[in-house]
Design a protein around this ligand. Sequence first.
Ligand SMILES: Cc1ncc(COP(=O)(O)O)c(C=O)c1O
Ligand SMILES: N[C@@H](CCOP(=O)(O)O)C(=O)O
Length: 489
Amino acid sequence: MDNRRRNPLIGLFSHAIDSNRGRQVRYVSTRGEAPELGFLDVLLTGLARDGGLYIPREWPQFSKKEIRSWRGKTYQDIAFAVLTPFVNGEIEADELKRMIDEAYATFRHPAVAPLVQTGANSYILELFHGTTLAFKDVAMQLLARLMDHALAVRNQRATIVGATSGDTGGAAIDAFGGRDRTDIFILFPHGKVSPVQQRQMTTSEHKNVHAIAVNGTFDDCQDLVKAMFNDIKFRDRMQLAGVNSINWARIMAQIVYYFTSAISLGGPDRKISFTVPTGNFGDIFAGYAAKRMGLPISRLVVATNENDILARTLKTGRYEMKGVKATTSPSMDIQISSNFERLLFEVYDRDPAKVRSAMDGLKQSGAFEIEKKALAAIAKDFRADRVSEAQVAKTIKNTLAETGYLLDPHSAIGVFVANKQEKPKAPMVTLATAHPAKFPLAVESACGIAPALPSWLTGLMQREERFEVLDADIKTVEAFIAQNARIKS
Ligand SMILES: Cc1ncc(COP(=O)(O)O)c(C=O)c1O
Ligand SMILES: N[C@@H](CCOP(=O)(O)O)C(=O)O
């Protein structure tokens, strides 16, 4: 039966679906040695079985006419149009729409991701109106519903493992807590997240939630998660699934707000630039994906803290690990930016052998060089800069004094770098990735104001904590998960 006759929702966006009809979005691994998958498999797979990351075999395309027709539509409607080709008919349209509506009903702002003007051509895209006050909620609330749906359809359960430098963990625990088909284990670096972030992970009352404080850094946590996925026996036995941005569905959901914000500012008939506080390269890669799908984007600007591996790489072409230092933007205290592998795959014209060779170099010597042609391709779309701790504090203070806007340290990194760009003709949108109340000490020391938590988090700091402290050792972590997950061998 023709879907459009059966379902009025499809009629609403039939032109968008028409342009992608016949282009079955399948997913391939950046390392080229794992099977090609459809959407539900990619959703439940996490890391590819060859250690790579899944990415659409072809980018869905939207014409300017199609994008223009989304003007005046809600965030939810645009999400439905943008996500439909990725889901590729594996979820009924009305089911997908229901999940999108439910996910964004948890947001405290009717626009979901509102834009605030802070200068003649400068805007802030507020991505922190979800339950845990960070941009991670945007994707995580949808991901939990998509996974629940996929597991129910297949009558399966999953053991979710995730690594966090502070925000992914809280968002995932909020979204997956109490869900019957999943147990969730979140690894965070012990003593290296903010007190609010820690309590968002350690005070859940749900039995399926397990917070693990790892004696190590975020990179150690991320390595452990990848090692568990690469331990094929353990992965299959525990039916592992991932909630980090290694999971394509996370990136997919983040693509939407590039479209909604650009459309509000006159897109697609005007190019827009974006500055993105960056750590694992997931959020800015979602912007790159939006561009590849037809959204006119002028520039994508990477903004890092003093852990500046990406800013160095984009300048020199050498990706080189140098050790992580603790900053006032702990969620970006990251060295190995997982999603950079997806960009490498693109700029190496999708040659997985080149990606494998770069990743081998990283594993063996902590570094790799990017070929000149690929670096030039990166330079066409991206700019990058780093921000010192003193500059973060000064940006919070000055932005408050000049515009009345209170930034969190991560968003301040974006604003500093955006302000440093030569004055572009295109409007510059800086992504505000967290609410200042998640980092009250850093914000107060920068500007004298300690932002209060919103009402739904009242009492968070007094609740009893429950977490395990473990060494950064794969055997120890796997043993803990095997003992506590409801899936047994
Ligand atoms: C508040 C905040 N800002 C920025 C980032 C960086 O985003 P990405 O890792 O997608 O580059 C993170 C963590 O990922 C974060 O939690
Ligand atoms: N900053 C992140 C790090 C993990 O990133 P992800 O996007 O891959 O989940 C965090 O807050 O945990």
